[in-house]
Design a protein around this ligand. Structure first.
Ligand code: NAP
Ligand code: ZN
Ligand code: ZN
Length: 346
């Protein structure tokens, strides 16, 4: 076993603090990765604070991992020492149910294994990316193309794929009007990706403070949702809305912005339920949907798409000792647009 430095949450209310954790011995198909950068996803905060139900403490969160292969197991074929690799939200699944066979490991019928908060093949709780190194089965390791810097690549492993997958599934592209609610970690990637896919992109943010950034990242239009007029002006105007907001919103107000047959996809995962009035859907045959990250093959497709289009996340690199401060800034919507931890500081 390998002992590595990490940062862990020990309760819902204590700040994250330095610790050490054990990584399992390398199995034949395992890859040992030296983590270089680890993104801070809002899901890490929901989990660290038990907002989605009780969290098994102590927990090392982090599922936006970019690093370099240090060692490979005897049966590994896809990766070699020195390769630039990533790990996202999944480290295993049953690999044989209908969904796994279709490359939808995130919807594994037997339940996929999360990068943290799950149970690993060694029977131990899985611990995530806020650490120096990780051991992952090669089937769940992604290749980071040369064109993307490792720090800007890390957030693609969750924020990137979580927005890429619904944009693809609901056909974002030329002639399609896509709105993105919330311009944080997921939201700013949704803007970049939807623009690169050729859609007309509108940001719906709480204020106009980040308008210039939004337009620079590829938005065609930018509106403040604090202004009632926004909802009147945009009524019935979008084919697809991606909601990335981590808090509960008035869904009816946003559903009314959809055109006939439009879909609002919720990727934001607030602690409290979202309510929907039937008459926000009925008069325009609208759909209200959800989407969970993406499968492994689709995550690789997303990374290759980003390399081809010169896309990475907009990041602020921080040392590990600033994690708790970064959490407060994420909660205050003061993130531009993803914090990424320099793993050499764990
Ligand atoms: P984030 O960086 O905090 O971004 C969320 C954005 O939502 C904020 O920047 C802000 O944008 C807006 N917002 C925040 N509070 C708001 C409020 N009270 N009212 C209106 N808008 C508000 O978070 P993230 O990392 O992108 O994650 C967003 C959500 O997605 C989280 O709930 C996370 O757990 C979830 N998530 C889901 C999946 C999945 O697979 N479905 C994967 C990853 C994350 P503006 O300042 O522009 O308004
Ligand atoms: Zn995430
Ligand atoms: Zn499965």
């Amino acid at each position: 076993m390998l002992t590595v430095n990490a940062y862990a949450a020990t309760s819902a209310t204590e700040p994250l603090a330095p610790t050490t954790i054990e990584r399992r011995d390398l199995g034949p198909d395992d890859v040992l990765i030296d983590i270089r950068f680890s993104g801070i996803c809002h899901s890490d905060i929901h989990t660290a604070r038990s907002e989605w139900g009780p969290t098994p403490y102590p927990i090392v969160v982090g599922h936006e991992i970019a690093g370099v292969v240090r060692e490979v197991g005897s049966a590994v074929t896809k990766f070699a020492v020195g390769d630039r690799v990533g790990v996202g939200c999944l480290v295993d699944s049953c690999r044989e149910c209908d969904n796994c066979r279709k490359g939808l490991e995130q919807y594994c019928l037997k339940g996929s294994t999360g990068t943290y908060g799950g149970v690993g093949r060694d029977g131990e709780p899985t611990q995530g990316g806020y650490s120096q190194a990780i051991v992952v089965a090669e089937a769940f390791v992604l290749r980071i193309p040369d064109g993307i810097e490792l720090d800007a690549a890390a957030p693609l492993l969750c924020a990137g794929i979580t927005t890429y997958s619904p944009l693809r599934h609901w056909n974002a592209g030329p002639g399609r009007r896509v709105a993105v609610i919330g311009m944080g970690g997921l939201g700013h990637m949704a803007v970049k990706l939807a623009h690169a896919m050729g859609a007309e992109v509108t940001v719906l943010s709480q204020s106009l403070k980040k308008r210039e950034d939004g337009l620079r990242l590829g938005a065609d239009n930018y509106y403040a949702t604090s202004d009632e007029e926004t909802f009147r002006e945009l009524a019935g105007s979008f084919d697809l809305i991606i909601n990335t907001v981590s808090a509960t919103l008035d869904m009816d107000a946003y559903l009314r912005l959809l055109a006939v047959d439009g879909t609002l996809v919720n990727v934001g995962a607030p602690e409290k339920p979202l309510s929907v009035h039937a008459f926000s859907l009925i008069p325009a045959r609208r759909s209200f949907a959800g989407s969970n990250i993406g499968g492994i093959a689709e995550t690789q497709e997303m990374l290759d798409f980003c390399a081809e289009h010169g896309l990475g996340a907009e990041i602020e690199v921080i040392p590990a000792e600033k994690i708790n401060e970064a959490y407060e800034r994420v909660l205050a919507s003061d993130v531009r647009y993803r914090f990424v931890i320099d793993a050499s500081t764990f």
